[in-house]
Write a protein that binds this ligand. Structure first.
Ligand SMILES: [Zn+2]
Ligand SMILES: [Zn+2]
Ligand SMILES: [Zn+2]
Length: 327
């Protein structure tokens, strides 16, 4: 994410801030210029007081471009649910920002569009599966609880599990439908990711019941990616977003970079040279991991980009560029 600055005093700000810590000015994030503006000059999102959404609205609607993607909000009968929902929406605003920067559509001509149901199991009366169906993404509210999520991360043998990661993965399923057209891209897709016509439900059931948990980290970015070609695509799509978003943030840091790297950082979301993007990512990911380790923390990016995984990422990059250029 590009560095945000206070519109009043030019101090650096983070994406989630409502008030400048230096001069006290109330601010809103305006999703059209993608900048912080003085809150007094815009209409705030109707969720500002309730969950701290700091975005403004621009077209007479009550909610901002991120909040209005939420179709169902969780039961707000407890303070805990309200606090968890706040975290869910905070992660979702970062996803919405990514999609706007990638210039990807939120809806497709068939009518499918991105929408979110954020559900808590105590309301539903049954367990909630985070998942996707034709643009509708269900998020289990308890994934916003750090202790619950960490326990699941360990249970599912994952090196990384975050709310933002869930959003980037689930929206990847929608973009498979939106970007991989059946006439042209499906053949290349199958060459790279395998045959997605394999029964999805039974592939997922098989995945969860496998007794042998060994898998090829040369061929896949994560263990879950081995479940089905659609999951492999969604995992790879999420990684593409991790990479361009984090590089975009790196563009505002005081790093010493050569000219090509500086050029890539002008707009990693729109960079056309995949090799340049990846070369820069490898040095940034390495640096983040080393910094984290110096703080006694786990790696920020605990993944290995093998030649096969790079090939898959390259395919995602091509599919996004193709959609942006009108197919
Ligand atoms: Zn300020
Ligand atoms: Zn909002
Ligand atoms: Zn998935």
């Amino acid at each position: 994410m590009k560095q945000l600055i206070c519109p009043q005093c030019r101090a650096r700000m983070v994406f989630e801030q409502h008030t400048c810590t230096q001069c006290g000015t109330l601010v809103s994030f305006d999703s059209t210029p993608l900048q912080m503006v003085r809150a007094a000059t815009v209409v705030p999102c109707a969720n500002r007081d309730l969950i701290g959404c700091n975005w403004s609205v621009d077209d007479g609607l009550p909610y901002c471009r991120s909040c209005r993607l939420t179709r169902t909000i969780p039961n707000l009968g407890s303070d805990r649910n309200l606090a968890l929902w706040q975290k869910v929406e905070q992660a979702k605003r970062r996803l919405t920002y990514d999609l706007m920067r990638l210039q990807l559509p939120f809806a497709v001509p068939s009518g499918a569009h991105i929408a979110f149901d954020i559900l808590s199991h105590e309301t539903a009366g049954h367990s909630i599966m985070t998942g996707h169906l034709a643009g509708l993404i269900t998020i289990n509210l308890s994934e916003a609880d750090d202790a619950v999520r960490e326990a699941r991360r360990a249970t599912f043998r994952e090196p990384y599990r975050t709310l933002l990661g869930h959003f980037r993965h689930e929206v990847g399923h929608f973009y498979w439908e939106a970007l991989i057209d059946q006439a042209q891209l499906i053949g290349p897709f199958r060459l790279v990711f395998g045959d997605e016509s394999a029964d999805y439900a039974s592939a997922l059931a098989d995945y969860h019941h496998r007794s042998d948990r060994s898998w090829s980290s040369d061929a896949f970015i994560s263990e879950y990616a081995t479940a089905h070609p659609w999951e492999d695509w969604a995992e790879t799509f999420a990684h593409f977003l991790h990479i361009v978003s984090t590089l975009d943030t790196a563009s505002s840091l005081p790093l010493s970079l050569d000219e090509r790297a500086q050029h890539t950082l002008d707009d990693p979301y729109l960079e056309r040279d995949f090799e340049a993007l990846l070369a820069l990512w490898e040095s940034v990911a390495y640096s983040m991991n080393e910094l984290n380790r110096s703080m006694g923390l786990s790696d920020a990016y605990p993944f290995r980009l093998t030649p096969a995984v790079r090939g898959k990422l390259h395919f995602v990059h091509l599919a996004i560029m193709r959609a942006r250029n009108g197919g």
